[in-house]
Design a protein. Structure first.
Length: 507
């Protein structure tokens, strides 16, 4: 029964049939972002060969998108609450398509890093807007859980569509083609979205504070950059100075939000144990998984010798598991409990990562495929339920800012994971001893070593490939072990932080 305190529009929103068609547009935006993230990993060996980036530049290409998007998500989510979520979604989608062309035709590592950063600016408008619109389209809690499950399942499906589509393109075209697939998707999204998406915004938003925007951006980027550099080069003076700058900016951001009458982000949300527990679980989960995800495509192609399309298919079980789990996660959380589903899912991911510490050059696909399936199922349960908890914790008018916090945790976790776990892989890899005549750039990345081997005599090339691949695998094993420890610790923390947390039931 609908409460008499709810406005009439709420009942109309529950029964309006167009909400499911509008959801299809929102998940198209999610699909686009997910595909873009996964095809980059698949294209990395080709980008490395063509643009010849250093190991540090290669990591920047991989994580600068996450750095920028993490710094801007809260600001863009709050902006959507103010100017309209439909408007910012469609504007961001148009920009995302245009900047994808710049990514496709980048000719230097520096230009590629810039293009990825600009794509992060556009991407920051998409994800908070999609979740916020779901919060405003679906007022029935069970319908909203299903919608969030479909949203999450689509993101997971993108992790499968990206490698498979990207693998096909990489076998038939140049690496830039994996970015150009964004254009037709964007065209459909914008044209259909104009007609089907309702506009929604905070009716009393207050001003969009530019000082808060700058503090958030500077703070997030500086802190993540400092972590990345400390993991690679140690705690040098520039690293410490950058970390202090970032910490000071974030402190200023939080202080400003607490003193403003209408802040960009209501910091009081974090006083709710369910909200803060869900956000922390998301951040640590992605941190523990991202190092594996970023380097898995390189392992499949450069170590096991799979073609790009085959490597894409090999990653399919993770997406299948996540899609299946996401669609039933809300129902499972209501039948058992939020903390049981989230903690159980995270523990499953941690155990699967622990299995991958035994990864080797000749590891059979059944072991790898089963581990990826478990990773997908566990992550699908956890991410779907935590997103539902975060959305249901806030009033509809704050949905954009709350969704942005959720996505910030995800992107910040990805950036930190690639920086920390990625540094474990690259740091371990660089220490390999190659045969006489091994060029210095072969120690920068496995892709560079494979490329260098093509210009060596057969016997020397084989020695270089064996040494570099073994070192890369050792780094991947250590990163998987670190990720497993993070996930198991997060599962234990979620069990306590989400105690008593329940999903809403239809009234």
């Amino acid at each position: 029964m609908t409460s008499t305190l709810q406005p009439a529009a709420t009942t109309e929103a529950v029964t309006r049939p167009g909400r499911w068609l509008a959801l299809s547009v929102l998940v198209l935006a999610v699909l686009l972002v997910a595909v873009d993230a996964t095809v980059l990993g698949l294209a990395t060996p080709y980008i490395s060969e063509d643009l010849n980036p250093s190991g540090t530049q290669l990591l920047w290409i991989g994580d600068v998108y996450s750095f920028v998007i993490a710094g801007l998500l809260v600001s863009m989510g709050s902006l959507g609450d103010r100017i309209g979520r439909k408007r910012i979604l469609l504007g961001g989608a148009t920009a995302f398509g245009a900047i994808s062309v710049l990514n496709a035709y980048a000719t230097t590592p520096e230009l590629m890093i810039l293009a990825r950063a600009l794509l992060g600016v556009a991407g920051a408008t998409l994800m908070p807007a999609t979740l916020a619109l779901i919060r405003n389209l679906f007022h029935d809690p069970r319908e909203r859980s299903l919608a969030v499950g479909i949203w999450g399942a689509t993101a997971s499906a993108g992790t499968a569509v990206g490698p498979i589509t990207g693998g096909f393109l990489l076998e038939h075209f140049w690496w830039g083609s994996v970015f150009l697939i964004n254009l037709p998707v964007m065209a459909v999204l914008v044209l259909v979205g104009i007609r089907t998406l309702p506009e929604s915004r905070n009716p009393d938003p207050g001003p969009w504070d530019l000082i808060s925007v700058v503090l958030s951006l500077v703070g997030m980027i500086a802190v993540v950059y400092a972590v990345k550099e400390a993991a690679t080069h140690g705690f040098t003076r520039p690293v410490l100075a950058t970390a202090l700058l970032g910490a000071a900016a974030l402190y200023g951001f939080v202080h400003r939000q607490l003193t403003m009458p209408t802040p960009l982000l209501d910091m009081r949300l974090f006083r709710r144990r369910g909200f803060s527990g869900a956000v922390l679980a998301d951040l640590l989960t992605v941190l523990g998984m991202s190092g594996l995800v970023f380097f898995l495509s390189q392992y499949l192609q450069l170590v096991q010798g799979r073609r790009p399309f085959e490597a894409g298919l090999a990653e399919l079980p993770a997406a299948v598991g996540a899609v299946a789990a996401g669609l039933v996660a809300g129902r499972a959380a209501r039948r058992f409990s939020v903390r049981a589903v989230v903690s159980g899912g995270l523990a499953a991911v941690g155990l699967a990562l622990a299995v991958l510490t035994a990864l080797g050059r000749s590891t059979g696909y059944p072991v790898l495929g089963a581990a990826l399936l478990v990773v997908g199922i566990g992550a699908g349960f956890s991410f779907t339920v935590t997103a539902d908890v975060i959305l249901s914790s806030v009033p509809r008018e704050q949905a954009g800012a709350a969704s942005a916090v959720s996505e910030t945790a995800y992107e910040l976790g990805a950036a930190l994971g690639i920086a920390l776990l990625g540094s474990i892989v690259t740091g371990t890899y660089r220490d390999f001893t190659g045969p006489a005549g091994t060029p210095p750039q072969a120690h920068e990345s496995l892709g560079a070593a494979v490329e260098a081997a093509t210009r060596m005599p057969p016997h020397t090339a084989e020695a270089l490939l064996n040494a570099s691949r073994e070192s890369f695998i050792h780094g991947l094993q250590l990163a998987s072990g670190a990720g497993a420890a993070v996930l198991l610790g997060t599962a234990a923390a979620a069990w306590f932080l989400l105690r008593g947390q329940e999903l809403e039931n239809a009234g």
